[in-house]
Ligand binder design. Sequence first.
Ligand code: F3S
Length: 396
Amino acid sequence: MLDGERGEGVRFAMEVVTRVGDIYGAEKLVQISSSHVLGHYSSLHDAGVEMMERFTGSKASFRVPTTVDPISIEPERWRDLKIQSSYAEKQMRLTNALMGLGVIPSFTCTPYECCNVPRHGEILAWSESSAVAYVNSIVGAKTNRLTAGLDVSCAITGLTPYFGLLIPENRFGQVLIEVKKRKLGNLDFHTIGYIIGKTVGNRIPVVTGLPLDAKNYQLKGLASAAASSGSVALFHAVGISPDARNVDQAFGPNELEDKIVIDESGIREAEDEITTSRENPDFVAIGCPHYSIPELIELTHMVKGKRVKRNVEFWVYTSKHVAAYIREMGVLQTIEASGIRVLTSTCAVISPIKEWGFKVMMTNSAKFANVIPSEHKIDVYYAPLKDLIEYATKGE
Ligand code: F3S
């Protein structure tokens, strides 16, 4: 591949993979089962469009099943969302180039729920921090947290450098997190993830005290928050994660570096810390990470018969395949009848929402709350879903 026998695109991809391997002291390259790549223009910019088009122009293609993260526009309704056509055109070029490489057009940050479902122990080359944290921790697959460019290069070569979290000895726990709150609500999982990320940085936490019947979407919320407030790419939820049947297994030969207790008061403090304003939110956004079918069904029950008031925009983000299912079920129609927009294939962080002039976003996602103020200069009010719905549908 490096000699260019398979074309310039493959040669360049292999050069990226081997150089990164050299930087991290990888002793070898290993085959991957799948890849998940970034494809939003807001992060990749013009350089990313050009790089992707160079790959496509040189007839390179993905050698493993490869899904793609959400993109910066809602493919069908971007005009309704105040997006400039010049911006949309750049995103469409990027999307077309990825399609030319053979990407699975998932446009979601939760590919593990639909069209790229890894198995325990499989080696992957994924980007998207929330998905990386989820598949490493809850599925027990192995991937480093890749950057844009490296993800695509691994997908084209079918190989990734063997370093970091691919090596079993690097996957043992370092910090013990004891959750001491009974009856965790959905928001608590996000908040606990936020606290963990802030506290451990990039060390590997071992979390006790989570309910063994925690829902996938609750663990998804925890993973996304920990990956966003810190750089957690792997955590062990004792009794839940496949490699953490108990604390000893999770720590393996490692010494305990630190122990942190998360209790009710710590969770309330973190909620206050995350919130930057409680002044009249004009934007309510949920679906970070992308909402799953159970979450949307729960939303339907909560909004049935209610109506979003005129001075508030209420958007829920999900994937287009989930939207297709809930449309067939009639769930989507109920949600839209309440005045909530169901947006697919994108999200508030990676799309240009400046034109709306929002001042305060109300959200139940710790990742949204963590990123939106710096990304879009919008304040955030962090609260549980029932509060969001009550605020958005009460009074005028
Ligand atoms: Fe997904 Fe966007 Fe959140 S990509 S994890 S909905 S910031």
